[in-house]
Design a protein around this ligand. Sequence first.
Ligand code: HOZ
Length: 427
Amino acid sequence: MNIARSEALFSRAQQYIPGGVNSPVRAFRGVGGTPRFIARGEGSRIFDVDGNEYIDYVCSWGPLVMGHRFKPVIDAIADVLETGTSFGAPTERETELAELIVDAVPSIEMARLVNSGTEAGMSVLRVARGFTGRDLTVKFEGCYHGHVDSLLVKAGSGIATLGLPDTQGVPKAFAETTIAVPFNDLDRIESVFRERGDRIAAVIVEPVAGNMGCVPPLAGFLEGLRAITARYGALLIFDEVMTGFRVGYGGAQERFGIRPDLTVLGKIIGGGLPIAAYGGRAEIMKKIAPAGPVYQAGTLAGNPVAVAAGIAMLRYLKSHLEAYSRMEQLTAQLTAGLPACVSANRTGSMYTIFFERGPVRDYEEAKRSDTLEFSRFFHHLLERGVYFPPSQFEAGFVSAVHTGEDIAHTSKAMAEFFEPGSNQASA
Ligand code: HOZ
């Protein structure tokens, strides 16, 4: 495969951008080799600058639930551009997007729009602390909630991909406001609350973890979190940046029937443009300035272009709920029939194939995966025109515009890898 132009662009990028990328995982450090520089996307496919074509299972890390250049989104962007790009003043569309979110997500009564998942995660914690008058947060090892200072403790995603214990630059005092416990371990949560329950403002969780690879909640885990937090007067926060509008129109909370107090959203609500939101019970959300004393603001918050794209995406999904069963069916097909040496986790259209016999229920088990073998697998697929996430510790995503042929091609390429003698194809 010719990747000369990607190689040249990567070397140029490294002179001007740290590591050559604007977000670490995409640098391919988790798998080695040269990241592909992408020229364009169309439907389920991306095309690199050397003209190579790939079936895309990253989908911009989740947002592109209807694939690349989805016409309703592209049209909405074109329309809104006729009116301007930013006003720093309220627009009708912002209320419309908030209404769509409130209508879709069972626990959200009010929402605030921000620009990124990190910003939403940072803000939601401030609101939780302001509302409860408590300082501590419980998070789960291997979960990732953006690069919020206090939440980079035992974090997944890029931190896991690069094998970093934590990050420099976070004041010890900030990190000490976070208690990290194993995902899916209710006993540990119980004991943490027994010891410090009166100081815990919130438990924040990815209801289906996606940043240590995809790790679904065990039966009863989310219910247990709901019961324990309620008992101790702490808030339950679902980080649905990945799962929102992905594992169902109403997100994981609809799928599993649990109502958190607060929810973080991102990715799909912007149709591929940068936007995020947090929302929840009105009583809590009314604490946010200017309605209340918890400050949070943003010049580009509710940006008209991102909001228009988000509205187009959500409106479409709301009237095409069959997209969810299609994605789910395709993802089930993709992850079926794999050999016993790997373990495939899946919820809806999120999945990860771990190079570990499994089961993979938490970060410790995810870390047992043979990442060298994963790298070989990743490159084997890439060479055959299949673009998986370039890290064992990230979820893959299937869109509703992936075709049966896409899945068949991918399954064939995977089968070739697992056949004896064929796994040395690329390294
Ligand atoms: N942290 C992102 C996924 N969990 C990766 C973002 C990127 O590299 O674009």
